[in-house]
Design a protein around this ligand. Sequence first.
Ligand SMILES: C[S@@+](CC[C@H](N)C(=O)[O-])C[C@H]1O[C@@H](n2cnc3c(N)ncnc32)[C@H](O)[C@@H]1O
Length: 283
Amino acid sequence: MIAAALRRALIGLVCIAALPVARAQFSYDVPYVPTPLVVVEEMLRLAEVTRDDFVIDLGSGDGRVVIAAVSKFGARGIGVDLDPERILESDYNASVAGVSDRVAFHRQDLFKFEISRASVITMYLLPSVNIKLRPRLLSELKPGTRIVSHDFDMEDWKPDARSTVRKNVFLWIVPAKVEGRWHADLALPNGARSYDIEIKQKFQEIDGLVRYDKKVAGLWNASLRGDRVQFTIVDDGGALDTNLYFDGRVSDDVIEGVILRGIGADRQKISWRATRVAGVAAQ
Ligand SMILES: C[S@@+](CC[C@H](N)C(=O)[O-])C[C@H]1O[C@@H](n2cnc3c(N)ncnc32)[C@H](O)[C@@H]1O
């Protein structure tokens, strides 16, 4: 009987610790609940962390996520936590793992911490904290930066991938800003072509149209992953009459890349460059 009562009390305590309880019940914006190690592994796998990455864990707890990124994937990284006990614990754990020279833990507020150097951001926070952080993640991180979150999503910013290994883990790739009007003058095999391309953007979801030769056509299969934009124009006017598969990289006000045209032995590669005419997405 006593054992059963104790067990019930313990289960209650664990459940309370796991709940996003009212802020008044804990000292910082998020209570300390460590990510299980199997979920840490899944977060880093989903983010495809390599030795070239710089990982920042926002609200780093005992440092386990950054320490795993460094010791198992060869990355470098930083953890940020407001709780001084967690920072001490993290420094100790890093020295036990033998990676103190490749990690650092800072006692700072995650809302103020400089994040632009990260190539991977990891978080186990709360839905409201994710949403409060979202504008900074979108504006301060470089396009292509991967963000993984344990348990909580970012509302209408849909994840680029999701894993359900034991817990929900979400991955987002920070999208470049492509919303607006672009102009491209192209030297195609059958003559010159001028395209005025208009792109609409909601996070990584894009859609648009192209104007050329007094015609308007849609952009087919339009996609954006980090700074990589792809779409197809079906140019069925005059001498061309072809599908043009655009693939390019966005860098501020320029997109540059390659167009594939034709199939099989007729396949051709054509370089393309578009410049921004007006309009930048406000996200
Ligand atoms: C749920 S734990 C996650 C710990 C670790 N990232 C993990 O996944 O194991 C959240 C951590 O965020 C820290 N935290 C809460 N609010 C913070 C803030 N404003 N700035 C920095 N750290 C904060 C807490 O001290 C806690 O260690």
